[in-house]
Write a protein that binds this ligand. Structure first.
Ligand SMILES: Nc1ncnc2c1ncn2[C@@H]1O[C@H](COP(=O)(O)OP(=O)(O)OP(=O)(O)O)[C@@H](O)[C@H]1O
Ligand SMILES: [Mg+2]
Length: 329
């Protein structure tokens, strides 16, 4: 059975088809970055309208790419939250309308769960239990995922998410949106870095994060220096390192404390090369990332989570993804 996945929780319209073995046979993502860039953040109404405009042409494109027809789709998985209400409603409406008119069952997928399982799309031998670090635009969430796919939250950010910190500082530096990839690009050109930023809560004896103080620290620093290409590159480098070190330190603590060697890092910030490189240097842990194209929002992770869920009713005992109250809208 082929499953169609629909993602529209924020500013990416993502569609994908997964087959009965969990293989993604086609996927397409249309990003709205250019629409929102001039506002420095997402405008929900513009996001909803763009999803509505793109859905049908993208669906046609996807079906063509997969060399299949809508009548060959056996289930539709769609993001039901968390996210922006209008964009979510647009995706749910598409799923329900297609489902109703073609008699295809629909299945709701939690966006965060879809991120968390996204490395399993390509890492075929990966299965829970694992420690999960989800780092995205809206979340910084450290959890344990047990063998029954139950997600227990260990810690979260007390204020801004890691992605938000990248985005806000990038804006102050006059870089584009989204900020994470811009900061990453600028840090590659950093030479002779003289900045030293705090590693927030790195020694706190828990699994929580805080990035708001780091953001204020950097903004205060910006008021005292001249912004040149060189200083922007160096600030980018140090900001990225501060975030990366903090994320890695907390993940390793969770892994050590719970005796779980596998660490799964997902969400938009998991596309960060420095984070991937630094994690790959730690020994005694096995760290997994999604394919870079499935780090930020995409339809493939929704289709794949739908696939896992559909298996859970087929193979009751082996795959059980129960609703997780801490991860609902
Ligand atoms: N290479 C990168 N380095 C650092 N951050 C990155 C990189 N690529 C993307 N990001 C960040 O990832 C975030 C977007 O991730 P994602 O699309 O998963 O978030 P979201 O869907 O908006 O939030 P959530 O999943 O929590 O609802 C942005 O903050 C962006 O700056
Ligand atoms: Mg996301």
């Amino acid at each position: 059975m082929n499953i169609l996945g629909i993602e529209s929780s924020c500013d990416d319209t993502g569609l994908a088809i997964v087959d009965s073995s969990g293989q993604i046979i086609a996927h397409v993502t249309s990003s709205q970055h250019q629409i929102h860039a001039k506002y420095g953040g997402i405008v929900p109404e513009l996001a909803s309208r763009d999803h509505v405009k793109k859905f049908i042409p993208l669906l046609d494109f996807l079906l063509n790419k997969a060399n299949t027809k809508i009548s060959d789709i056996g289930m539709i998985a769609f993001t039901n939250g968390p996210g922006l209400l209008g964009p979510l409603l647009a995706g749910a409406s598409l799923a329900k309308a297609l489902g109703w008119s073609r008699s295809i069952p629909t299945i709701e997928v939690n966006h965060l769960e879809a991120h968390i399982y996204s490395p399993m799309i390509t890492e075929k031998n990966l299965a829970p239990p694992f420690i999960s670090l989800l780092v995205s635009g809206g979340h910084t969430l450290l959890s344990i995922v047990d063998e029954d796919f139950q997600i227990k939250t260990l810690g979260t950010t007390l204020d801004d998410s890691a992605g938000e910190c990248f985005d806000k500082i990038a804006r102050k530096l006059g870089l584009g949106y989204p900020g994470g990839p811009e900061i990453a690009r600028r840090s590659e050109d950093a030479i002779d870095n003289k900045f030293s930023f705090p590693r927030p809560m790195i020694n706190s004896n828990d699994y929580n994060f805080s990035f708001s103080g780091l953001k204020t620290h950097v903004i205060n620093k910006l008021q005292k220096i001249e912004l040149t290409d060189e200083s922007i590159n160096n600030i980018s480098f140090e900001l990225q390192d501060s975030i990366v070190e903090t994320l890695i330190s907390k993940s390793l603590k969770a892994s050590q404390d719970h005796g779980i060697k596998n660490i799964v890092v997902t969400g938009g910030v998991s596309a960060n090369k420095r984070l991937r490189d630094k994690f790959s240097q730690v020994s005694n842990y096995d760290v997994f990332f999604p394919d870079v194209k499935f780090s930020t929002d995409n339809g493939a992770m929704i289709a794949y989570a739908g696939f896992l869920k559909s298996r859970s009713s087929d193979i009751e005992k082996n795959f059980k993804i129960k609703p997780n109250p801490s991860l609902t809208l």
